[in-house]
Design a protein around this ligand. Structure first.
Ligand SMILES: [Mn+2]
Length: 351
């Protein structure tokens, strides 16, 4: 029995609102979901699990119609989904009013129930959020029913206000696989047993690293799972170490090179570190314009020749300042020292 485990697709999300690529990202999330369905068709996947937060907010009827159309293109795949904290089941939720295709099951109950899929001899257990926050562990007492077939649990949560989880218990409860959603970072918590697929696409700048889904199978020899990178883009931290040789233009050249090498489709969190020549200033807005750069931070320090300055300004205010404050106790003092020295040297220059 071959399955795909998805979660946190967040259809309808508009990542990085206000940035030029936001609209494209909104489209890419839908497009990625469509690509997964095509993948399921190609691989003849038996079961598609969607472990909550398929939508970023309450789904609209027309959006469910699109989703249901996509499900109808994989009639031989059973689709089982639950609602998470983002697309939780309000009283008038479109999820409940919508008439789904024959291959689609929503586990909409507030507490765990199971559906049996005879074609693949598989029981799928799970429940849905009926409110934004749930502070108790929804899956504490759930166990497989002991009947023949594979037993898969769908869970959503993992933090204090969204069903905290007990991984050990989930691991030993007796399920063939526990498919988790809510935490956007993909992570296998117990080998071939318990995993967060992570968000299909990164949803905001905190979703660093690769994203995709989990592909797995259950059979006579147990369960096998693996993570499949699938997202159209990643948020990439880009720390560039500058030296006293660097200038605005040389750093621009390096940023261009790095973005070309790591992929122009990605979104970058740029940080300049290291010691720059004291005369050089970096125009961070120019650097941010060189690609999809969501953050551009200058954390460089002026690389003063402290010893040289102290000798040169011995007996003057600058010499005294260096003598008193050059040994900074921490990063804040160090920064204050740099600013102070810079101001003093500029004042000196102006004389
Ligand atoms: Mn969630």
């Amino acid at each position: 029995m071959r399955f795909i485990h998805l979660a946190d697709v967040h259809l309808g999300a508009q990542p990085d609102l206000g940035y030029p690529w936001s609209r494209k990202r909104e489209e890419q999330i839908w497009e990625s979901f469509r690509r997964v369905i095509a993948e399921a068709a190609e691989e003849k996947t038996d079961l598609l699990i969607i472990a909550g937060d398929l939508f970023h907010r309450q789904p609209l009827m027309r959006e469910l119609k699109e989703v249901n159309y996509l499900f109808s293109t994989i009639p031989d795949t059973s689709v089982v989904l639950t609602a998470g904290n983002h697309d939780y089941l309000k009283k008038d939720s479109a999820y409940l009013r919508f008439v789904w295709g024959g291959n689609v099951t929503g586990l909409w109950n507030e507490s765990c129930s199971a559906v049996y899929l005879p074609r693949i001899s598989t029981w799928v257990y799970g429940c849905s959020y009926h409110q934004r926050e749930i502070r108790e562990n929804l899956y504490r007492d759930i166990r497989p029913n002991g009947k023949d077939g594979f037993h898969i649990l769908i869970g959503h949560g993992g933090d204090a206000s969204h069903s905290p989880l007990d991984v050990r218990k989930l691991q030993t409860a007796g399920f063939d696989y526990v498919a988790l959603g809510h935490i956007h970072k993909p992570q296998i918590l117990a080998e071939n047993r318990v995993a967060f697929s992570g968000a299909l696409e990164p949803i905001d700048r905190n979703d660093i690293g690769e994203h995709g889904f989990i592909r797995g199978s259950c059979g006579k020899n147990g369960t096998r799972i693996s993570f499949v990178p699938f997202a159209a883009c990643s948020y990439v931290p880009l720390d560039l170490k500058v030296t006293d040789e660097d200038t605005q233009f040389s750093v621009e050249q390096e940023v261009r090179k790095q973005i070309a090498r790591r992929g122009t489709e990605n979104i970058y969190k740029l940080k300049l570190i290291g010691e720059r020549s004291p005369e050089v200033r970096f125009a961070m807005d120019r650097l941010a314009g060189l690609g999809q750069v969501i953050e551009a931070e200058d954390q460089t320090r002026p690389g003063y020749n402290i010893k040289g300055l102290q000798e040169r300004y011995a007996g003057s205010l600058i010499g005294e300042y260096i003598r008193l404050y050059a040994d900074a106790a921490d990063e804040v003092e160090r920064l204050a020292f740099d600013y102070g020295l810079e101001a003093l040297l500029e004042a000196e220059d102006a004389l």
